[in-house]
Design a protein. Structure first.
Length: 402
């Protein structure tokens, strides 16, 4: 029986799966046929075409941690060795840039360069699959998934530009979803040009350029998205604007990048030895609500306010904006950037009731059901759902940190 795997999103995780599937098929291993659904283009969230970045930021991790990393020994020497055909080094060799990259000290690539690499990998994987006699292994649909249903033991995937639903035994959902603008929806309409999100900040350079020197800009958020925006504002205005970072943390935490933390992302063998509390602390220190070292200096020029924002309203006394905080005075700003509220369960709203029955609306409940392979526990036999959410029971291998 031929199994089928549907992947929503042609980003790093989806593309890495395609590359490994093509390689395994080439050595005679049984792999599912793959359907990739991408509403924009491969690596769109990295190339600057749809927000989240302008493509000019540097990758936060080493590019050697590419789609094949960590090339584990349990794949066997043949698979680990052959996966290098999809490596960052192979990409640079093919385009004649490898020597230059080495001579420049192996710099971290720009996001748009990383997007170029990821797109190359997807093209190479599809071509390689065709070359080894598996031309139908990977199909990419340039369409947005509109409904995720269940029919017996199969997922049904309906998308915008396809004439019929695709069926699959397994479903992999990637991406961090859209920004939840519910808290700022009203002020977005009443203060046009003064409210940005962690996504559209990068795609509205004209509005950013209109921010006057001496203005107060409040960035609400605590992770890498907020930090990258603060760094851009510091660079753009050379500290002539008052930049405030607003979140619930006691301070702005930088990401731990020592060997003892990084090794868990390369070889998570000891992950199971940690208690639930230790795993939570580890994720908080290394991946969630922390700032990478490349942005640490820029963020130090921002003022930090420890507040829990409960609502955002237009200032009745002027053109500015008020942040309503729990148990504290209002905070005023001329502009705000809502760099929080990405919905990890964004896909749930596109599921039929039968599918939603297996995915709680509470992200913490879902986290507790994530297993070692990032699959969700509790589904019927032969039905798989894999989510890019680092769960308390899930392994860390393959969770690239940007």
């Amino acid at each position: 029986m031929t199994h089928h795997l549907a992947i929503i999103g042609a980003g790093p995780k989806g593309i890495a799966i395609c590359a490994r599937a093509a390689l395994l098929a080439s050595i005679g291993k049984a792999v599912p046929q793959i359907a990739v659904f991408e509403k924009q283009q491969a690596a769109a969230q990295w190339n600057g075409s749809c927000g989240y970045t302008d493509g000019q930021q540097r990758l936060g991790t080493s590019p050697e941690k590419d789609v094949g990393y960590p090339y584990p020994q349990n794949w066997g020497p043949t698979v680990a060795r052959r996966m290098q055909r999809f490596s960052w080094q192979a990409f640079n060799v093919q385009k004649g840039a490898y020597t230059d990259w080495i001579d420049r000290g192996r710099p971290q690539p720009l996001h748009r360069e990383w997007a170029e690499y990821l797109t190359w990998v997807l093209d190479e994987a599809r071509e390689f699959a065709r070359h080894v006699g598996h031309g139908n292994l990977i199909t990419v649909y340039d369409s947005e998934v509109t409904e995720i249903g269940l029919a017996g033991s199969m997922w049904t995937i309906t998308s915008s530009n396809t004439s019929h639903s695709q069926v699959a035994n397994g479903l992999v959902v990637t991406g961090h979803g859209e920004v939840d603008v519910t808290p700022i929806k009203q002020v977005m309409s009443s203060r046009p040009g003064r409210v940005f999100t962690g996504k559209d900040f990068w795609s509205r350079p004209e509005d950013v350029s209109r921010i006057a020197q001496g203005s107060t800009v409040a960035v609400i958020g605590s992770g890498e998205t907020a930090a990258a925006i603060v760094a851009k504002l510091v660079e753009r205005f050379d500290r002539t604007c008052r930049i405030r970072v607003v979140n619930r943390q006691r301070t702005i935490f930088s990401r731990n990048e020592t060997y003892h933390e990084n090794r868990f992302y390369s070889d998570p063998t000891d992950w199971e030895l940690m208690s639930v509390e230790e795993r939570d602390q580890f994720l908080k220190r290394t991946d969630k609500s922390v700032v990478s070292q490349q942005y640490a200096e820029a963020v130090s020029y921002a003022e930090h306010l420890r507040l829990q924002v409960v609502s955002v309203e237009a200032d009745p006394k002027g053109p500015g904006i008020l942040l309503k905080a729990s148990g504290a005075s209002d905070v005023s700003a001329d502009y705000i950037v809502w760099a929080a509220g990405f919905d990890p369960l964004w896909f749930r709203g596109r599921m039929t009731p039968a599918g939603r029955a297996y995915v709680s609306a509470d992200p913490q409940v879902v986290r507790r059901k994530i297993e070692y392979d990032l699959g969700v526990a509790g589904l019927p036999d032969n039905l798989k759902l894999h989510l890019p959410i680092p769960g308390r029971g899930g392994r860390l291998a393959g969770l690239a940190r940007s």
